[in-house]
Design a binder for this molecule. Structure first.
Ligand SMILES: C[S@@+](CC[C@H](N)C(=O)[O-])C[C@H]1O[C@@H](n2cnc3c(N)ncnc32)[C@H](O)[C@@H]1O
Length: 260
């Protein structure tokens, strides 16, 4: 798993292992641990110049748990796009219908990892894994669509196509508008170049400036009600671990009908 965004799935899965999240052990890999350690070491050097910035693992942990929190308030079936090696489907498929979509190489890797253990094989009996391009496939009907760690890689046209493509009543995803990101600085730009080497040139898109822009695009795609939730506003109230870390993360929860 390298040469495209699938390598990023190794890092995010390892964040869950590091934090001890339920079912994360089913998806831990030696490669994931290596990517996690090397990335953290490189970011640790970068943070010598910006000690005010929280480490990436806290930001991604908050992202995972914010989406878990929103999901926990809802009932109904889930389709998760670009699910990678996330343990969310494994942790939830006992209680609700759960379908995950990712590119063939990642989907096959996930199946292989789950096949390793009895518990993983039991998950595979309940969790539906679909291999394909989530922006192109006809998405199965569901009450909720989740896309974690995907929208930031899409340019404006692809993002708007995705928003129109999601027909579910509720859509939950993360993206941090540019004006809320700390400026990357010289070291950040160097790291981005490093990331591109491992992802075949893929990196973050930089055309999304404000939350209002996201709202407008979601409204244009037929979502009537859009809530933007920042980690810094809810970390303590939602009892996120490491709430003292001032992570920059915004999760959007959009619904097609107005809530009562
Ligand atoms: C940053 S990882 C996030 C994985 C997972 N959602 C998580 O948070 O742990 C990005 C994922 O997007 C997947 N991906 C990228 N483009 C995709 C597409 N067009 N269709 C489906 N999956 C895609 C990659 O394979 C990778 O697994």
């Amino acid at each position: 798993m390298s040469g495209d965004l699938s390598v990023t799935a190794l890092y995010t899965a390892q964040v869950a292992v590091w934090a001890g999240l339920p079912c994360s052990e089913l998806l831990g890999t030696v490669d994931g641990k290596r990517v996690f350690d090397v990335t953290n070491a490189a970011l640790g050097v970068a943070r010598l110049a910006r000690p005010d910035l929280p480490a990436l693992r806290y930001t991604l942990l908050h992202r995972q748990l914010m989406i878990d929190h929103l999901l926990g308030e809802l009932t109904g079936s889930v389709v998760e796009l670009a699910a990678g090696l996330s343990r969310r489907g494994a942790a939830n498929c006992r209680d609700r219908s759960y379908t995950e979509i990712d590119l063939p190489v990642v989907s096959a890797k996930k199946r292989e990892l789950l096949e390793r253990t009895d518990e993983g094989r039991a998950v595979l009996e309940r969790l539906t894994l679909i291999a394909g391009d989530a922006t192109e496939l006809d998405l199965p009907a569901s009450d909720i669509v989740i896309a974690e760690g995907l929208v930031m890689y899409l340019d404006a046209a692809a993002r708007q196509r995705l928003f129109a493509h999601v027909r579910a009543p509720r859509f939950i995803f993360d993206v941090v508008p540019l004006e809320e990101e700390p400026p990357p600085g010289r070291i950040g730009r160097l790291l981005e170049r490093g990331m591109k080497r491992f992802t075949g040139g893929r990196s973050f898109e930089r055309d999304l400036r404000t939350r209002d822009q996201v709202r407008d695009e979601l409204h244009a795609a037929g979502f009537a009600d859009v809530e933007a939730i920042a980690a810094s506003d809810i970390a303590r109230e939602w009892q996120l671990p490491h709430a003292e870390q001032k992570t920059t993360m915004v999760v959007f929860s959009a619904s097609r009908g107005r809530r009562a």
